[in-house]
Design a protein around this ligand. Structure first.
Ligand code: G3H
Ligand code: 13P
Ligand code: ZN
Length: 309
């Protein structure tokens, strides 16, 4: 496995983005690997603390490890939004190649202190560390809805210098979940450019799901109650990558695709009760969506840039 530092530094130099896709069970891991193989793309396999709690840490890590051993694509096993130091310690033991410490909900000095502590722990083992400055809004399992506070470029530079983190998640207007914007997608690309100018390490965009409307329509057609979800537009995503983002976090899109497929299969074929016939098509839908994202982010066909993993 490679660290995100390695994966992203190549992406940064070659102006493409690497998708970080959230997983929580065997099918979701297989969807990610299936897409990366088909697209010959580097990929980041991300587990949140919520996913770890759901699947069991050792079980989930081992599914990822086995799948990655059987694959040739450059990839990392990454902790997404790590907050609990005990979980971070376990990730180190289980062979994660990349860890995110998210202490962005604390004030600046405390965020620095906690991040620095994790950087010291991880660098000893050759694991790269992503940190976050500013707050990305929206809902996560372990955190309640948060107000968006955009990242200040000067603060970002001071934060990176003080912590020694390897990559940085910046807040430029996205939020987690399916309801990101009331109307059109809007990212602060000028701010991103300013950050990029003075912060030399690779940057990360959280809350990057596009919430494809065809998938929303399909889910609704088969009974999902979803309101009016909206995500980041494809042109905004591409602009973010062009202006310095090299890791693009996607979770909600995959959840929607999985959900829509399951609803359709159950509605179309009510006689089916073999879970494999329900989950199999959902796994394929998610793989197809990830392949689409890899093309959009420009990572398709880029596996050759990494000699070994
Ligand atoms: O930020 C990551 C997710 O979209 C939230 O995931 O529900 O597993 O915490 P979670
Ligand atoms: P989405 O909710 O936009 O998929 O964001 C995922 C994310 O940022 C995971 O860390
Ligand atoms: Zn996130």
């Amino acid at each position: 496995m490679l660290s995100n530092k390695k994966l992203q530094s190549v992406a940064q130099k070659n102006h493409f983005g690497i998708g970080a896709f959230n997983v929580y069970n065997m099918e979701s891991v297989q969807s990610v690997i299936c897409a990366a193989e088909a697209e010959k793309s580097p990929v980041i396999i991300a587990t949140t603390e919520g996913a770890i709690e759901y699947a069991g840490h050792k079980a989930l890590a081992n599914i990822i490890k086995v799948a990655s051993e059987e694959s040739k694509v450059p990839l990392s096993m990454h902790l997404d939004h790590g907050k609990d130091l005990n979980i971070i310690r376990r990730c180190i033991k289980l062979g994660y190649s990349s860890i995110m410490i998210d202490a962005s909900h604390f004030e600046f000095e405390k965020n620095i202190r906690i991040t620095k502590k994790v950087v010291d722990m991880c660098h000893k083992k050759g694991i790269s560390v992503e940190a976050e400055l500013g707050t990305i809004g929206g809902v996560e399992d372990k955190v309640s809805a948060r107000k968006i506070i955009l990242t200040e470029p000067e603060d970002a530079k001071a934060f990176v210098d003080a912590t020694g983190c390897d990559t940085l998640a910046v807040a430029i207007g996205t939020s987690h979940g399916a309801y990101k914007f009331a109307g059109r997608s809007k990212l602060d690309i000028a701010r991103l450019r300013e950050i990029k100018k003075i912060v030399k390490i690779p940057l990360v965009l959280h809350g990057a799901s596009g919430i494809p409307q065809n998938i929303v329509r399909k889910a609704k057609r088969f009974g999902a109650k979803l309101g009016h979800p909206h995500g980041v537009s494809e042109s905004d995503t591409k602009a973010a990558i062009r202006n310095g983002i090299s890791k693009v976090n996607i979770d909600s899109d995959l959840r929607l695709a999985f959900d829509a497929s399951i609803r359709q299969v159950i509605a179309d074929k009510p006689e089916i009760f073999d879970p494999r016939k329900i989950l199999g098509p959902a796994r394929s839908s998610v793989c197809d969506l990830i392949r689409y994202k890899m093309k959009l982010f420009g990572s398709s066909g880029k596996a050759y840039l990494y000699k070994r993993r």
